[in-house]
Design a protein around this ligand. Structure first.
Ligand SMILES: C[S@@+](CC[C@H](N)C(=O)[O-])C[C@H]1O[C@@H](n2cnc3c(N)ncnc32)[C@H](O)[C@@H]1O
Length: 269
């Protein structure tokens, strides 16, 4: 293992697919009228500030790492990823990169993030030479020297944060090549059930936003709450992937308190 290079340029598992219908409550609509979610440079700056405490906060979230590992396995990369090129989009402090590496230890993994602070934390960890970090927004991968084709892409907690999720999905679709061309989106995306929406609201109000306030990052964790409430239900996300040209799109659940709140949505080019 050695320190990684850090570039600084300018069939899913046998589970029942999730089937849901969209549902939003009046309180969610009120929430949407409040200040808009953070985007682009403002969001990157918020993640820069939160980077120091990010790993501690997610470690306190039961299932965070095991769910990422499960979603990475759902890419079903053969032979430990030998000979494959894989993208980790919005890699943050490297939690999703570690999950990918566990699922495909022999793959070439290029991990990308727009936040220099989050990426510094990721790059400071120990990684094998087949892992490389690139500082870039996912909207400008080519400018950062990241070119396809890739065999697979993993986007964990990214898509809800970007200004143009359809544009990002189209760009990922174009970067994927045969024969695998697989995508796994791991995301807070609500089932559509009022119960799951209520659990999300309660966890945010009772735990996530107060914990984020203690570390001085209340704005980012309020963004988390709002961005999930405003983003697609899982059924809508499945449709969004299909509209971007992905085939065999399926949504799969995770265990724990995140059931009905976090899903893996997989598809292939
Ligand atoms: C919630 S964190 C998740 C990090 C990591 N994937 C994980 O599972 O722990 C979201 C990450 O996406 C990054 N991000 C948000 N929008 C981005 C964009 N447009 N381009 C690249 N990275 C972005 C943020 O900087 C942040 O590090």
């Amino acid at each position: 293992m050695r320190a990684p290079r850090l570039s600084r340029p300018s069939r899913p598992e046998a589970e029942d697919p999730v089937r849901t219908t969209p549902h939003r409550s009046p309180s969610d609509r009120e929430e949407r009228r409040a200040d808009a979610p953070l985007r682009d440079a403002e969001l990157a700056a918020a993640f820069d500030r939160a980077a120091a405490s990010y790993d501690r906060l997610v470690a306190a979230n039961p299932g965070y790492h095991s769910h990422l590992r499960r979603s990475a396995r759902r890419l079903r990369l053969p032979d430990g990823g030998a000979g494959l090129r894989v993208l980790d989009l919005g890699c943050g402090t490297g939690a999703s990169t570690a999950a990918l590496l566990r699922a495909a230890p022999h793959a070439e993994i290029i991990a990308v993030d727009a936040s220099a602070g989050m990426l510094e934390r990721a790059a400071a960890k120990r990684w094998p030479p087949n892992v490389r970090f690139v500082h870039a927004p996912v909207e400008r991968l080519a400018d950062a020297g990241v070119h396809g084709p890739f065999d697979a892409a993993f986007a964990a907690y990214l898509l809800r944060n970007v200004a143009d999720p359809d544009g990002v999905l189209a760009a990922i679709h174009a970067l994927l090549g045969p024969p695998l061309g697989r995508l796994a989106v791991h995301e807070y995306t609500l089932s559509g059930s009022p119960l799951h929406r209520a659990v999300w609201t309660a966890v945010c109000r009772g735990i996530i936003v107060p914990a984020g306030s203690l570390t001085g990052d209340a704005a980012l964790y309020r963004h988390l709450r709002r961005s999930v409430a405003e983003f697609d239900t899982v059924g809508e996300l499945r449709e969004r992937l299909a509209a971007a040209g992905f085939r065999d799109v399926r949504a799969l659940p995770v265990s724990g308190w995140q059931t009905g709140i976090v899903h893996t949505v997989v598809g292939r080019r």
